[in-house]
Design a protein around this ligand. Structure first.
Ligand code: A2P
Length: 285
């Protein structure tokens, strides 16, 4: 478990359901929960909240043993829209209280993330969300919401894997007491081919995925790997009984690359469609 700056705690390993479609979600989530995962990470934008809700209900676990994250869609930013979108997400998930609610992307072109953050603060005050945080925020976005509202996010969920380590942003998280959550912790599978990590894995009699996930845990991040395969789900949560040496950490630190990003750049992502069309027209005329 990792303690957050609001006094709540989250499991350090979660299960991500991005790109797991509705039809398969209940079965995949049941398999993940049977493997031991207790933190389930979804988003309104993944389109599978309702299936996650069905799966969680079927598992019938005590609520205190279950941690559910969901995220606000970019199109729902703004104070009132956020309040309504939250209700819709909670209803789809069949939950009264969400453990962690995140602003999915800052979308700076919408100029709405500060008022959106105020809505999350209100939802937390009302007891509808235990912890509130953000995703894909850069240092500038973080500092703006902290300075304008006085409330520091509990987590920032960012793209983070050996080829894209975001050390500067993680230093800022540390300064503010923000927990880093890593999305695509295995680099969407690309990090698994690295011969230097394979050498560490062979020496530790572990798999490459286990070494990378253990690296995330030892660097203090919450990792939310995704797998639709039962054996790999079990492999990805079996991270105990071994550790990395300081030399292993130095080797992995050396794998960071300036062009290592796989996903979109948060400074540009999530522009309104109309703005995108206008920009395109402007650029082509
Ligand atoms: P699969 O679903 O077939 O297991 P990330 O979490 O970084 O986005 O990476 C997810 C990708 O990595 C998926 O394609 C997933 O495929 C694959 N993956 C997840 N865990 C493992 C593992 N232990 N070994 C090999 N591939 C894995």
């Amino acid at each position: 478990m990792v303690l957050l700056n609001d006094g709540h705690a989250l499991p350090q390993l979660g299960f991500g359901v991005w790109q797991i479609d509705n039809a398969r979600a209940p079965e995949v989530i049941a398999t993940a929960m049977n493997a031991g995962y207790r933190l389930i990470d979804t988003a309104a934008n993944y389109g599978n909240e309702a299936s996650v809700g069905v799966a969680l209900r079927r598992m019938n676990l005590p609520r205190s043993q279950l941690y559910v994250t969901t995220k606000l869609r970019n199109e729902d930013q703004g104070y009132d829209r956020t309040m309504r979108a939250f209700d819709a997400s909670a209803a789809r998930l069949q939950l009264d209280v969400i453990d962690l609610y995140l602003i999915h992307w800052p979308c700076p072109q919408r100029a709405a993330y500060v008022e959106t953050w105020r809505a999350l603060i209100e939802l937390q005050k009302q007891g509808r969300v235990r912890s509130i945080g953000v995703s894909n925020f850069t240092a500038d976005h973080l500092e703006r919401i902290i300075h304008e509202t006085g409330v520091t996010p509990a987590v920032n969920q960012i793209e983070l894997h050996p080829a894209f380590q975001q050390q500067m942003l993680r230093n800022i998280h540390e300064r503010y007491g923000i927990v880093t959550q890593a999305w695509s912790p295995l680099g969407q599978g690309r990090a698994l081919d690295d011969p230097r990590i394979r050498a560490i894995a062979e020496r530790s009699s572990r798999t490459v995925a286990q070494v990378i996930l253990r690296w995330h845990l030892e660097t203090g991040s919450i990792a939310i790997p995704k797998s639709a395969n039962a054996a790999r789900m079990a492999e990805n949560i079996d991270l105990f009984g071994f550790g990395l040496t300081s030399n292993d950490h130095a080797v992995i630190a050396g794998l960071d690359r300036p062009d290592g990003r796989i996903g979109p750049d948060p400074a540009a992502y999530g522009q309104m469609r109309i703005l995108r069309r206008l920009t395109r027209r402007f650029l082509t005329t």
